[in-house]
Every structure is written in C-alpha cells, then in structure tokens.
Design a protein around this ligand. Structure first.
Ligand SMILES: [Zn+2]
Length: 267
C-alpha cells in the first residue's frame, strides 16, 4: 500500500473521531496535531498480513480456566528484547490498554503490525476475545515497549516488568457505541463517554489473567493496572485514557474481582 493511501486512511479514521481534516494524503501540520491526540495512528497500517495460525483452541476448562485463544501471525515478529527484568524472567504485572481502533479481527492484526513497525510489542485482542501475537513470542517471557512513561508501586516505566494487552476499542469520545459514560474521575479515570469493551473481551481478559497466574506464580494481581492509572502514578494524569470507562468497572474493583475469582478457583 502506498504511504499516501495509508495517510488518507489515517485521516479518514481520525475524522470519524471528530477531526476535521482534508483527506489529502499529506502528513501536514494539521494532521500531525490531530494524530498526537491518539495513542496509535489508527488504521495507518498495512492490511497485507496473512491469516494467522491458531496456536491453541482448547475450550476444555481446566480448573475452571480455559486456555486463551491465541493466534500467531506468522509474518510479524517483534524485536527480541529478551526476558522480563524480574527474578523469574516472567512478567510480574499487566497493563490493560485499548487501541483507539475498530474492534474487528482485521484491525487487531493491523494493530499488531503497527506495534512491530514502531518498535512496540504486546498482545492484541479483538472483539471476540481472540489474542493475536507475533511469531517467536513467549507471552510469559518476552517483553516489549507498550506503556511508555509509567509508574506502579515503585516500578518506573513498567514495560520490562509488565505484559501488555491492547484490547481493540475506540475508547474515549468514540462515535461508535455501545457507550459507557463515566461521570466521576475516580482518582484517575478521565470522565467522558467511552465505547465499551465487548462482554467477550472482558471475559477473555479475566480468563487470560487467571490462566496466566496458574502458569506464572510470580504474576501479582496487585500489579494489574490500567494505562491511565500508570500515567497518573507517573505524574501525568489524563495523558492516557485507557481503559477508563471502556472497562465496566474501575481498575481497583477489577483487581478485587480477579482476586475473588482466583480464590474461588484456589489459585
Ligand atoms: Zn495504552
């Protein structure tokens, strides 16, 4: 795809989010200014990725936990940054993100390509809860940049200790529903109207966390944080808004829910 076409796609996508750009394929000052409002330059990626290979599609519950549905995209590979900088070499925490994009599988694959092309690296989930990863990527061990400036319980810039999951969703100020409005900032959430995660996404997120804990004992539920929380703790409240109101509850409530479910399962 030509760069001009990619820029036009990005301009169109930003216009659906309220920007008033001329769709001219030129990455000029107005487009740059609008693009800075978005976590990702949405839609501005190649859509030539091949269909993925299903790594696991095991729906048999084990101790109440289903193995997540991972799809490996064989023509995408992240920069190998080695193992997490933790004593176990596996992730200690998890950052919950949203992509600022459409929620389809096609877009999820595009976001993974975007991450790779920009030196980032984390998992990406589509609207059905399927998690896309590149080839040669161990979800427990291989870290990548995804949280930027961030802080949590004394850990600064958490990407080398926290796995990241990008959940496909338009997020704050979406013009696509279903919506969830958050009136109270709740300490860190940016108040406003968000596109809600799908039920399948929330269930898959919870399932991924419980599955990960049962395979990675060093994973600590108190280190599951929203990107918005991590920015707030780093002194930049409001700089990132994900997951905010896209998640059906605040992150403190979400952590409590996870702990309750884990206790019920004995993990
Ligand atoms: Zn994020």
């Amino acid at each position: 795809m030509k760069v001009e076409t990619l820029i036009k796609k990005a301009q169109e996508a930003m216009n659906t989010k309220g920007a008033k750009l001329e769709v001219d394929g030129v990455w000029g000052p107005k487009t740059i200014k609008e693009a800075k409002k978005y976590e990702f330059r949405i839609e501005a990626f190649s859509d030539t990725t091949k269909p993925g290979t299903t790594l696991s599609d095991n729906n048999t519950p084990s101790n109440g936990i289903i193995e997540p549905k991972f799809v490996i995209l064989p023509d995408i590979e992240f920069v190998n940054r080695g193992n997490y900088a933790t004593p176990s070499g596996q992730f200690k925490g998890l950052t919950v993100h949203y992509t600022v994009s459409d929620r389809t599988a096609k877009n999820a694959k595009g976001v993974l390509a975007y991450l790779k092309n920009n030196g980032f690296g984390c998992m990406v989930m589509d609207e059905d809860g399927i998690i896309y990863i590149p080839k040669n990527f161990d979800v427990f061990k291989n870290w990548g940049y995804h949280s930027g400036v961030s802080q949590w319980k004394g850990i600064k810039n958490v990407s080398d200790q926290f796995a990241g999951i990008e959940i496909c969703c338009w997020g704050l100020n979406s013009i696509v529903g279903p919506y969830r409005t958050v009136k109270e900032s709740d300490g860190y959430i940016v108040a406003g109207k968000y596109q809600a995660y799908t039920e399948a996404q929330e269930n898959a997120l919870i399932n991924f966390i419980l599955w990960a804990k049962s395979n990675n004992p060093a994973f600590d539920f108190d280190y599951i944080a929203g990107h918005d929380e991590l920015r707030k703790e780093a002194g930049k409240k409001g700089d990132k808004q994900d997951p905010g109101g896209s998640l059906s509850m605040s992150m403190p409530k979400f952590r409590n829910l996870i702990k309750t479910k884990a206790a019920e399962l004995g993990i």
